[in-house]
Design a protein around this ligand. Structure first.
Ligand SMILES: *[C@@H]1O[C@H](CO)[C@@H](O)[C@H](O)[C@H]1NC(C)=O
Ligand SMILES: *[C@@H]1O[C@H](CO)[C@@H](O)[C@H](O)[C@H]1NC(C)=O
Length: 986
C-alpha cells in the first residue's frame, strides 16, 4: 500500500512537514487494521511463517490484494481466491489453518520439492476449491478422508508425491471431478468402489481421467469399477500389483481412448467385449499373466499403439486382423506365443513405425518387399524361427531389422549380414535430438547460463514432459517434436507469458515405455532470467494442464526442476534476498514511529535501487565492448599477433560501403561481405549484427585463436575491426565457398558451376581438411578442439584446397585439462559426437567423430540427417563388406564418378566408420586419419604433397593468383556464423 508512493514523491516527502507526518501516521495505523479485518492477511501470515522461500514481495507489508503486490496471490472482492506458487523452491509444510482461506478456488503448489509433510485434514473445509495441484512436492502419509468435502473440486493432482495408504473411497463424493491424478505415489490396497454405505471411484461419472499408475495398488480390478455412465477417456492403471481378470465391464466405457493395464498381475482371458472400445487409440496389456486366446481387436479400428507383450496367451499364428487396423503405428507382441508367418500385408499398414514380435515361434519367410510403410523404422524379430528373407534394398536402407536368433542367422550361413548382429542402434538419435536453433550460432555462455534457440545466454526454466501414451513410437521423426514445440510456443505466446523461446531435447523412452522429453523455457528480455510471476504462471500452465498438446501425445505429466535464478524485483532490490524480521508492519501494535520509519526506508531503498538499476543498465549496454576494449586495459584484450586492425572507414571503402552486391552471405552472427584490399587481395568480412551483443565472446575467441593459427588448411585471419560500435572479422576470401555448397551443387546440377567433385578431388579435400584439424589438435598451442566440424565449415579455395573455418565454438585445451574439457554441449545436429553429448566431456575425438560424418557426406552428398534418416546408420545398415564398393552404390553421390574409378573407396569408408565409433577410445586420432588418407592417395596413385603429416606448414598468405578456374562467385554462399542445424521442418 505504502509503496504506491512513487519515486517522484521523493522530494515531496523530504519536505514533509509535521502535519503530513501526522496524517501518514494515521494512515499507518488505520490501513492495517482495516485490511486485517476483511482480508486474508492474517492467513497469509501463517503461510509466510510456515514456509521458507516465499516470494520476497510477501515481506513488504503491502496489501496482498493489490494486484501484483504479493506474488502468487490473487483476490476477488478482497478475499484470496488463488494461491499459485509453482516452482518457487518453497519448503515447509501446509499449515492446518489453510482452511481459513474459505474463498480459495485454486491451490497450486506444484514442483516445490521440499514442500511436504502430511496433507492436513482441514483441507476438506475448502468448499470452494476447484483445483488442488500438489504435483511434484513431497507430501507423505495418507490422503485424508476429509477430501470428500471438497464438493467443488474439478481437478485433483496429487501425483509424484509419497502418499501412502489407500485411495480414500470418499473420493467418490467428488461429483464434479474431471481429472484425478494420484499416480507415482506409494498408494496401496484395492481400488475403492461404491458399496451400500460408501461411494467409490465408480461414482465419478464426470471424470475423464483416472491416472493411478506407478503405485502399489493391489487386489482385483472390481467389476463394479466401470459402468456405461462413465465418460472416462484415459484409464491409467499401469505398474501396480493388480490381480484378477480384466473385468468385462471395461467394455462398457466406450469413451476410452487410452487404456493402460500393463505391468500388473492380471490373469485369465481378455474379455471379448474389449473389442467394443472403438475409440481406443492406445492399449497396453503387456507384462501381465494373461492367458487364453489372443484378444481379437478387429473392432478397434482407430488403434495406433498396441502392446500385448509378455503374456501367456495360447499359441496362435500372427493374427491376420492386425493388417486391417489401418491406424497402427506400433505393434508390440514380444513373448506372446505367436507362430506362423507374418502376413506381407502387415508391413503395408501406412503409418507403421515399429514392429516388435521378438521371442516367439514365427517361422517361414519374412517378406518386407512389397510397398512397406514409408515410416517403418524398426522390425525386431529376434529369437524366432524365420528361415528366409525377401527384401528390397531400396526399402531396407532405412529400417532397423533384427533377425538375430532366427534360423536364417544360425543355420543358413548368412550370419554376417547386419540384420543378424545386434549392432543396430535405434537409440542414437533418441539421445541426440533437439529442436533446432533459430538460424544462429549457439552462444557460449558463462555462469550456468545456456544458449537459447535464439542464441541469447539465459537461465532457462527446465523440466521433463512424461508422455504416458503417445500414439507413435518413432524416435527419428523430428516433425513430431517440432509440432509439439510449435504448439507449446504458440500457447505461451497466446497466454502472453514472458517467453522468448523454448527447446525440446533429451528424448528417451523409459522402462515404462513413457516418452520423456526435456523442456527448456527461455525468458524474454535482456536480463536472461524470469521473475517470479513468469515462473509461477508457466508452472501453473503445465501443472494444471492448461496447455494441451496435439492429439498424438495424448496425456502428459510435467515435472519441473526448481528455478533459482529469479531476476531482481523492481521494488526492493534483489528479490533473492529475504529478511523475515522486516516483516513486522502488519502487526497492529507496531510502534507508530516505526511505521513512518519503514515508509521512509522503503522509499529511500526504492530511490537507491532505481539509481543503481540505471547505472547497471548503462554499463550493460556498453558491455560487449567494455569486455575487451583495448583502451580499458581490462586485461581481456585479445592476444593479437601479426593481424591488422582496420578502421570502420577502411572496410567501408573496401566493400563499396557494404553494398548489397558485396553481401555474399548471412549467418546468425550477421552479414558476410566480400571486399578487396588496395593491393588487390580479396577479403571476406564477417560483420556482426548491429547492436548485437551476442557473439561478443565468439568474436574474441575467434580472433585470439585465429591469430595463433597458421596452416595451409585453416582459413587465415587477416584482421579485425572494432570501431564505431562494429565487430568485424576480416578473413582471406576463399573463392569456392563451402564444401557443403559444392556437394549440393554437384548433386543438383553437376557441371553448371564448373566444379565437379570427382572421387580424387574429394579424397584431396578430405585429406586437406584432416590435416587442418590435425594441426589444430597436435600443433596449435594450446591445442584447439574445433567443436563444429561440418561441411559448412570447410571452405574450398581456387585450387580446391580445403580450409577449415569458423572457430566460433572452438575450445582451446588449457594445461589443467589436457585430455578433455567439460562443457555445455554445442555443435551441430548430425555431426555431434554422441559420447560428448552424453558425458559433456569434449575431447579431440569429438572432432574425429564429426569428421567421420563429413567423410560420409563427401561420398554420398547427403545431409547427415535427411528426412529423419541418419547417414551413419544408413551406411552401416546397407553396407556389405563382401561386395564390391561394400555394395554402397545406391547411396553414393552419382557425380562422384564411375564405380570402376572409385579405387580406395572401401578403405575410405573403413576410416569414416572408425571415426564414428561409439566411444572416443575406439576412434583414431586425426593424425592416424591423415596417415590413412595419405596411404589411400598412394593407392590411387595421387601425390599428396611433400609435407609430412606432422609438419606444420607455413601460412600461404596472400594469394597472388587471381584466376579462379572453378569459380563462379555468384554461387558463393559463405557460411558466415556457424549456421543453424539443418533440422528445420520442410
Ligand atoms: C454411487 O454409485 C452407486 C452405483 O452406481 C449408487 O448406488 C450410489 O448411490 C452412488 N453413491 C453416491 C454417493 O452417489
Ligand atoms: C468417439 O470419438 C468420437 C470422435 O472423437 C466422438 O464424437 C464420440 O463421441 C466418441 N464416442 C464415445 C462413445 O465417446
Amino acid at each position: 500500500m505504502w509503496l504506491r508512493f512513487s519515486y517522484n514523491n521523493m522530494h515531496l516527502l523530504q519536505k514533509m512537514d509535521a502535519k503530513v507526518e501526522q496524517l501518514l501516521l494515521i494512515i499507518c495505523i488505520i490501513i492495517p487494521i482495516l485490511s486485517a479485518q476483511d482480508s486474508d492477511l492474517g492467513n497469509l501470515q501463517t503461510l509466510l511463517n510456515a514456509w521458507q522461500n516465499t516470494p520476497p514481495t510477501w515481506d513488504d507489508d503491502s496489501d496482498p490484494c493489490t494486484v501484483g503486490s504479493w506474488k502468487g496471490i490473487t483476490c476477488t472482492n478482497g478475499r484470496v481466491t488463488k494461491i499459485t506458487l509453482s516452482s518457487m523452491q518453497l519448503s515447509g509444510e501446509l499449515p492446518e489453518d489453510i482452511d481459513q482461506f474459505t474463498e480459495l478456488e485454486i491451490l497450486d503448489l506444484s514442483y516445490n520439492k521440499d514442500l511436504g509433510g502430511l496433507l492436513p485434514s482441514k483441507i476438506g473445509n475448502l468448499k470452494n476449491l476447484k483445483n488442488l495441484i500438489l504435483v511434484g512436492c513431497s507430501f507423505n502419509g495418507p490422503i485424508p478422508e476429509t477430501i470428500r468435502n471438497l464438493e467443488s473440486l474439478v481437478y485433483l493432482s496429487l501425483n509424484s508425491n509419497s502418499f501412502t495408504g489407500r485411495i480414500p473411497p470418499s473420493v467418490g463424493n467428488l461429483k464434479n471431478l474431471v481429472w484425478l491424478d494420484l499416480s507415482t505415489n506409494n498408494l496401496n490396497e484395492s481400488l475403492p468402489v461404491s458399496s451400500q454405505t460408501m461411494p467409490g471411484l465408480d461414482n465419478l461419472t464426470h471424470a475423464k481421467h483416472f491416472h493411478l499408475g506407478d503405485n502399489q495398488l493391489s487386489g482385483d480390478i472390481p467389476l463394479r469399477l466401470f459402468n456405461s455412465n462413465m465418460k472416462l477417456i484415459h484409464l491409467l492403471l499401469e505398474n501396480n500389483n493388480l490381480t484378477g481378470t480384466i473385468p468385462s465391464t471395461l467394455g462398457l466405457v466406450t469413451s476410452l481412448t487410452v487404456v493402460r493395464l500393463d505391468k500388473n498381475l492380471l490373469r485369465g482371458s481378455v474379455p471379448s467385449n474389449i473389442n467394443n472400445l472403438t475409440n481406443t487409440t492406445e492399449m497396453f496389456l503387456s507384462n501381465n499373466r494373461l492367458t487364453g486366446p489372443i484378444p481379437d481387436l478387429t473392432g478397434m479400428s482407430v488403434l495406433n499403439y498396441i502392446d500385448l507383450s509378455d503374456n501367456s496367451f495360447d499359441p496362435y499364428d500372427v493374427p491376420s486382423w492386425l493388417s486391417t487396423l489401418h491406424a497402427l503405428t506400433t505393434i508390440k507382441m514380444h513373448n506372446t506365443n505367436l507362430g506362423g508367418e507374418i502376413p506381407v500385408a502387415l508391413f503395408r499398414l501406412p503409418q507403421l513405425q515399429h514392429v516388435v514380435l521378438s521371442n516367439n515361434q514365427i517361422n517361414g519367410t519374412l517378406d518386407i518387399s512389397s510397398n512397406p510403410s514409408t515410416q517403418l523404422e524398426l522390425v525386431d524379430l529376434q529369437t524366432n524361427d524365420i528361415t528366409d528373407f525377401t527384401q528390397r534394398r531400396h526399402y531396407l536402407n532405412s529400417i532397423d531389422l533384427i533377425l538375430q536368433g532366427n534360423l536364417i542367422c544360425t543355420e543358413s550361413g548368412v550370419n554376417n549380414e547386419s540384420f543378424c548382429s545386434n549392432t543396430t542402434n535405434t537409440d542414437l538419435l533418441n539421445l541426440s535430438y533437439s529442436t533446432p536453433f533459430n538460424n544462429c550460432a549457439p552462444t557460449s555462455c558463462v555462469d550456468g547460463r545456456v544458449s537459447s534457440p535464439n542464441c541469447q545466454c539465459a537461465f532457462p526454466y527446465t523440466g521433463f514432459f512424461t508422455f504416458k501414451a503417445p500414439s507413435f513410437s518413432s524416435t527419428v521423426n523430428s516433425t513430431i517434436y517440432i509440432s509439439l514445440h510449435d504448439s507449446l510456443m504458440g500457447f505461451f505466446k497466446n497466454a502472453s507469458l514472458p517467453i522468448d523461446s523454448i527447446s525440446l531435447n533429451n528424448l528417451s523412452r523409459n522402462s515404462e515405455d513413457y516418452l520423456m522429453v526435456r523442456l527448456d523455457v527461455f525468458p524474454l528480455g535482456t536480463q536472461g532470467c524470469f521473475n517470479r510471476t513468469g515462473i509461477l504462471e508457466i508452472g501453473f500452465a503445465l501443472s494444471n494442464q492448461t496447455f494441451k498438446p496435439k492429439k498424438d501425445f495424448n496425456t502428459y505429466v510435467f515435472d519441473a526442476e526448481s528455478y533459482n535464478k529469479f531476476c531482481s524485483g523492481i521494488l526492493l532490490g534483489t528479490e533473492d534476498t529475504k529478511n523475515k524480521s522486516s516483516n513486522t508492519g502488519i502487526i497492529i501494535g507496531s510502534v507508530v514511529g516505526g511505521c513512518v520509519f519503514v515508509v521512509l526506508l522503503v522509499l529511500a531503498g526504492m530511490y537507491a535501487f532505481r539509481r543503481k538499476d540505471g547505472v547497471e543498465r548503462a554499463t550493460q549496454q556498453s558491455q560487449p565492448f567494455a569486455l575487451w576494449d583495448p583502451a580499458s586495459g581490462s586485461g581481456a584484450v585479445p592476444q593479437i599477433k601479426g593481424i591488422r586492425s582496420f578502421t570502420y572507414e577502411e572496410l567501408q571503402k573496401y566493400t563499396n560501403n557494404f553494398s548489397e552486391t558485396n553481401n555474399i552471405g548471412k549467418g546468425g552472427y550477421g552479414m558476410v561481405y566480400k571486399g578487396s584490399l588496395p593491393n588487390g587481395q580479396l577479403i571476406a568480412i564477417k560483420r556482426a549484427k548491429e547492436g548485437s551483443s551476442q557473439g561478443g565472446l565468439e568474436f574474441k575467441t575467434e580472433i585470439e585463436l585465429l591469430s595463433r593459427v597458421h596452416h595451409k588448411n585453416v582459413v587465415g585471419l587477416i584482421g579485425f575491426c572494432f570501431d564505431q560500435g562494429e565487430q568485424m572479422l576480416v578473413y582471406e576470401y576463399i573463392v569456392n565457398g563451402t564444401l557443403k555448397d559444392s556437394l549440393s551443387r554437384a548433386f543438383i546440377c553437376a557441371g553448371r558451376s564448373g566444379i565437379r567433385l570427382d572421387w580424387t578431388r574429394r579424397l584431396k579435400i578430405a585429406l586437406g581438411a584432416a590435416r587442418g584439424l590435425q594441426y589444430l589438435h597436435d600443433h596449435a598451442d594450446p591445442p584447439i578442439i574445433h567443436r563444429d566440424v561440418k561441411t559448412n565449415n570447410i571452405l574450398l579455395d581456387e585450387r580446391l584446397v580445403a580450409k577449415v573455418s569458423d572457430f566460433g565454438l572452438s575450445k582451446p585445451l588449457s594445461d589443467a585439462d589436457r585430455t578433455y574439457v567439460t562443457t555445455q554441449v554445442k555443435g551441430t545436429m548430425g555431426y555431434m559426437d554422441p559420447e560428448y553429448y552424453m558425458t559433456q566431456q569434449l575431447t579431440e575425438k569429438s572432432d574425429v567423430y564429426s569428421f567421420g560424418v563429413v567423410m560420409l557426406e563427401l561420398i554420398t552428398a547427403r545431409n547427415p540427417i535427411e528426412k529423419g534418416r541418419y547417414i551413419v546408420r544408413e551406411v552401416i545398415l546397407i553396407m556389405d563388406k563382401n561386395k564390391e564398393l561394400y555394395d554402397l552404390q545406391d547411396v553414393l553421390d552419382p557425380t562422384i564418378g564411375l564405380s570402376s574409378q572409385l579405387k580406395g573407396m572401401e578403405r575410405f569408408v573403413d576410416v569414416a566408420l572408425m571415426c564414428v565409433e561409439d566411444t572416443g577410445q575406439q576412434r583414431p586420432t586425426m593424425s592416424e586419419v591423415v596417415k590413412e588418407l595419405e596411404s589411400i592417395m598412394d593407392l590411387v596413385g595421387l601425390s599428396h604433397g611433400t609435407e609430412s603429416s606432422s609438419t606444420s606448414v607455413s601460412y600461404e598468405g596472400t594469394s597472388k593468383d587471381h584466376s579462379y578456374p572453378y569459380s563462379n562467385d555468384s554461387l558463393f554462399s559463405y557460411s558466415g556464423g556457424s549456421l543453424s542445424p539443418k533440422l528445420h521442418p520442410k
